[in-house]
Design a protein around this ligand. Structure first.
Ligand code: DOR
Ligand code: ZN
Length: 438
């Protein structure tokens, strides 16, 4: 473990333009930018770009209780390979992170096994508002509609209690906004019709966009009264974009996340991958995808996060009603986005804004998200010319809908707290630290 490191001949973004530079790191922090100081170790960047390590606001690393699907070690190695240097883990584990004891247990597991930096989202239940207030996290996850696990807060009274508790304790409410009653009604209706021959595409019909719109409206109405910080996870439809565009004019406390799978896939993927791409919220239609890209361009979207939700191939290979929802994402988010930059779909600055600056701002993360002197040396070296496909998969899910795609633009080196976690195909056991908040 070198205590000083020089990244030589790299290019960094400076007000939208790439400038040739050097980055000198000592004891885990960025010490100087622009001077090629003597260091114990040097990385010759050969003109490759350095961006702030990605902060993924939304992963399911499954530990404790789901280690056969993923754990902090396997998930964080996959993240490091994908240029992600900090993750926020979701509470739908077993036990669920809905008590202070479970939070403590998960924190110890992350400390021991996570090779990237980490934060944890606490989980809401209809009656744990007191615990939400006490939990030492910056955020609380609320499932308005059910998904993997059994977390659910689906009455207006319970939702109000959680929003209030979050506001009082300075937490961001991370909402899975699909209306439970709407989902249940559609499920019943289609269950009768389709019995044993349901196709994966049915998922988009059952989890219809109207269910998402209903939940978003309800949550926004309540937020307007309570004034809490409200972050909508994985928004996926044109209706949601329109609602959030408007809500964000009224409140600076409303935030909006999109995922790579909703940006780069749509219902047509069900034909090819079946239940492997069954995910909540479901894949949508081409016009929804377009609306998400428009939301990125006009500032409605605040973050792109993976919703990395690994399941085993044998589970995903089951029939529609039994296959679990979710797909992996940490290894492919940055390559997909860099490829999109190369294709002119968005700027590199926008990628950094949505994957580093805004996550740092929304959660009040200290010393991360920027390449600045004094900041943590969480950095990614990206080769914008490298054109290849995902050759191996670190995640225990051992599958990705993007594995056959040739993408141009890949992370080639990932540095966590000044240490090399990933270097041109090889992973190293760095030590993740808890993310610190202002
Ligand atoms: O598809 C999903 N999978 N959506 C969620 O909300 C949860 C996730 C999981 O944990 O598998
Ligand atoms: Zn999720």
């Amino acid at each position: 473990m070198a205590s000083s490191l020089l990244i030589k001949h790299c290019r960094i973004l400076d007000r939208g333009k790439l400038k040739e530079s050097h980055i000198f790191i000592r004891q885990g922090k960025i010490k100087s930018i622009g001077k090629a100081e003597r260091a114990q170790k040097t990385i010759e960047a050969e003109g490759n770009i350095v961006i702030p390590g990605l902060i993924d606001c939304h992963v399911h690393f499954r530990q404790p209780g789901g280690e056969q699907k993923e754990d902090f070690y396997s998930g964080s190695r996959a993240a490091a390979k994908g240029g992600i240097t900090s993750i926020f883990d979701m509470p739908n584990t077993n036990p669920a992170t809905t008590t202070l004891a479970a939070l403590k247990q998960k924190r110890e597991l992350a400390k021991r096994h996570c090779i990237v930096n980490y934060g944890l989202h606490f989980g809401a239940t209809p009656d744990n508002a007191d615990m939400v207030r006490k939990a030492d996290t910056k955020s609380v996850k609320i499932y308005m509609g059910s998904s993997t696990g059994n977390l659910l807060v689906n009455t207006p009274e319970a939702l109000a209690r959680i929003f209030m508790a979050a506001k009082q304790s300075g937490k961001v409410c991370m909402v899975h906004a699909e209306d439970e009653e709407c989902l249940r009604n559609l499920k019943e209706m289609y269950k009768e019709q389709t019995a044993n021959h349901a196709e994966a595409e049915l998922h988009t019909k059952i989890r219809d966009s109207s269910c998402a719109a209903k939940a978003i409206k309800d949550a926004l109405r309540l937020q307007a009264k309570i004034g809490n910080k409200l972050y909508f996870c994985h928004t996926s439809t044109k209706e949601e974009m329109a609602l959030l565009r408007k809500a964000k004019q009224r409140s600076t406390k409303v935030f909006c996340e999109v995922t790579p799978h909703h940006l780069f896939l749509d219902v047509r993927a069900y034909r090819k991958y079946g239940n492997f791409v069954k995910v909540n919220p479901p894949l949508r239609h081409a016009e929804d995808r377009e609306a998400l890209w428009k939301g990125i361009a006009d500032g409605t979207v605040d973050t792109i996060s993976t919703d990395h939700a690994p399941h085993l191939p044998e589970e995903k290979g089951q029939g529609y009603w039994d296959a679990p929802s979710g797909m992996p994402g940490v290894e492919t988010m940055l390559p997909l986005l860099l490829d999109a930059v190369n294709k002119g779909k968005l700027s590199l600055t926008k990628v950094v804004e949505l994957t580093a600056w805004n996550p740092a701002k929304i959660f009040g993360i200290v010393n991360k998200g920027y390449i600045k002197v004094g900041y943590d040396a969480d950095l990614v070296l990206a080769d914008m010319n490298l054109s290849t496909r995902l050759e191996s998969i670190e995640s225990k899910s051992k599958w990705s809908p993007f594995q056959d795609m040739i993408l141009q633009g890949w992370p080639v080196v990932t540095i966590i707290n000044g240490d090399i976690a990933y270097y041109r195909g090889a992973l190293y056991n760095t030590r993740g630290k808890p993310v610190a908040f202002a």
